[in-house]
Design a protein around this ligand. Sequence first.
Ligand SMILES: Cc1cc2nc3c(=O)[nH]c(=O)nc-3n(C[C@H](O)[C@H](O)[C@H](O)COP(=O)(O)OP(=O)(O)OC[C@H]3O[C@@H](n4cnc5c(N)ncnc54)[C@H](O)[C@@H]3O)c2cc1C
Length: 316
Amino acid sequence: MSSATIARTTNDRATGAYEVIVVGGGPAGLQAALTLGRMHRSVLLLDSGSYRNDPTRAMHNFLTHDGRAPADLRALARAELTAYDTVEVRDGEATRVGQVSGDDAGFEVLIDGEAISTRLLLLATGVRDTLPDTPGLAGLFGTVAAHCPFCHGHEYAGLPVAVLGSHAHVGRLAAMLTPIASEVIVLTDGADLDEAGAAEVAGVGASVRSQGVSGFCPSSLGATVSFGSGPDLEVGGVLVSTTFEQSAPFAGQLGLTLLGSGCVEVDAMGRTSLPGVFAAGDAAHTAATPMPMSSVLMAAAAGQMAAAACVADLLG
Ligand SMILES: Cc1cc2nc3c(=O)[nH]c(=O)nc-3n(C[C@H](O)[C@H](O)[C@H](O)COP(=O)(O)OP(=O)(O)OC[C@H]3O[C@@H](n4cnc5c(N)ncnc54)[C@H](O)[C@@H]3O)c2cc1C
């Protein structure tokens, strides 16, 4: 702890409430807590200990942290928070949030049967992924298999890479990988690519295997792909799109406006449709983008922005 004694603000002493409860201890929530702590705002950060990048051992594409283990980044961030006396961190799962009736009465967060009051609420609860149920794929996800070429693409440099799927973005994924991989093979798993996708795949020189995929096994190169018919395929990496949903039920509990992606709609400052509630990280984005730009750095940046907006709101 720092030697400086930092008093809670007048508002906090008057109400007994935190000024901000941040739900989520991933990069969005940790950065938000840091920003609020540096502004001497009373903050409680709640963390249920389940993070989107749990499947991976190394995160990439974050300057000064390229290749660092996600758990190490979080440990560093938590250590930094201990320098700020108005920040408390509590491990546990919040189960319910609600608005307290009355003007500017704030919110309550229920955790371990205890209702904790706060003037503002910052949701940084992230999303959870669902993979196609192809046998063997889940065990490779986060190492040999990835969903994002910005995060895990360079790691397949010079190796053959499979792109699994027949959705609208398969051609774009193949195009992103061709400068990196020795060859790109699109696995449609028995489906047909649409005309535009087929043209894009052909245009970048990727090949297509359209047989049903029966499974993935780890191999010395990366993975062996087996098919219902035809020879196995050895690849160094697999790119696969996931579907995702909110990790926490709070957007529904609060009636927040959602976007087509299933994420919480926020403005450029991280404000949701409900005054006093902010959201940041993978769980939220503005209507200007079709989905969140899911990355550790972007989540942290959004956390900082939402925290700055909280400070502005606390000033009145
Ligand atoms: C396999 C994989 C690899 C990735 N690799 C990279 C990479 O290399 N580089 C990169 O930049 N990005 C990578 N990403 C993306 C990155 O992980 C996310 O963009 C980032 O973690 C989002 O941060 P977040 O803070 O929004 O959510 P998260 O990191 O998912 O954190 C959510 C937090 O909310 C908490 N929470 C949820 N519900 C509750 C509740 N009810 N009560 C209390 N706490 C709750 C969780 O415990 C957690 O602390 C990867 C993603 C995946 C799936």
